[in-house]
Design a protein around this ligand. Sequence first.
Ligand code: XIL
Length: 354
Amino acid sequence: MIGRRALLAGMGGLLAAPAFAQDMPSLRGLAASRGLVFGSATATYELKDADFALLLPREAAILVPEYELKRNVVEPAPGRFDFSASDALMDFAHAHGMAMRGHPLVWYYANPPWLEDAVLRSPNEKPLADYVGALASRYRGRMHSWDVVNEALAPDGSGLRPGIWLKRYGPSYIDIAFHAAHAADPAALLVYNDFGCEQGANDRFRAQTLKLLDGLLARAVPVQAVGLQGHLSAFGSKVDQKKLRDFLGEIHARHLGVLITELDVDDENGPMDGAARDRAVADEAARFLDVVLDSPALSAILTWGLTDRYLDPPDSLKLKLLGWRARKLPFDAALNRKPLWQALARAFSAKPAY
Ligand code: XIL
């Protein structure tokens, strides 16, 4: 039998392989060799891009919809469900031997405009529990994990975040959501997902997170893991490695798992020079990864997109005119690996193999 390498060599320059298709390690493979799942958020429009559709399954073993499982997409009118996009993502994952995670079941944001009135006027828990049940049962047995409740805590560390769910059902909305998800899909890993625990300055947020989790656990609510979104900042508030390590120890002590669910590194306020920004982005990610990869509770890391190609242009007119392009993700807009890719690869390789 002719080997793949020989075959490719024999074809000479006929098939000019893009850089990412060459025989190089992938984040998918490096993570898997350490017992971890690496993946990315994506969207159906990205999968229509042929280069990207090759890159994604090569690098990622799991995907999560960037916005196509949010309630404003899934239930545009009361009781009218549209799973066309999330089904397409599930099909893509299945066709490429990838897992899929669901995000989010309950959030204060990205809800359809009709929902607020329906929730506030409802005599019962149906607008919350039925929705959770509908999604979790549709994908029963096929979701790696669900972000059951997203961002329930106020960013200032003052406690629960105001929103329609808290207003109508009080703090028990979180319990209701987890119970409904567990009843509909007992096999999916049920995650509480938020963004405030990563940066060193957020002591109060970490304390509130532990308080929330302790309450859930004391009431035997089926929460099984914590999702740290991992929206880092290269030129803003930084990770404090000791505080993060201690926090992950607290999570592990509660027998909860950890997932990094939305890693990216904001390069706002950095220099125009792309290479300098890339280094700062990679350095901050490395400081974060050093700590999280040491945690025995960690099972998965997903970035919030794989490439800078689809990032929005900056809001600021000045930056727009200067041609600023954000560089927060592992591959650049031409799908070349960046220092952030190397930081991830190095961090995976440095973790002891099982
Ligand atoms: C963002 C998406 O990137 C947008 O496309 C969408 O319109 C709004 O949500 N925390 C989360 C994600 O949990 O769902 C958010 O994603 C980013 C912040």
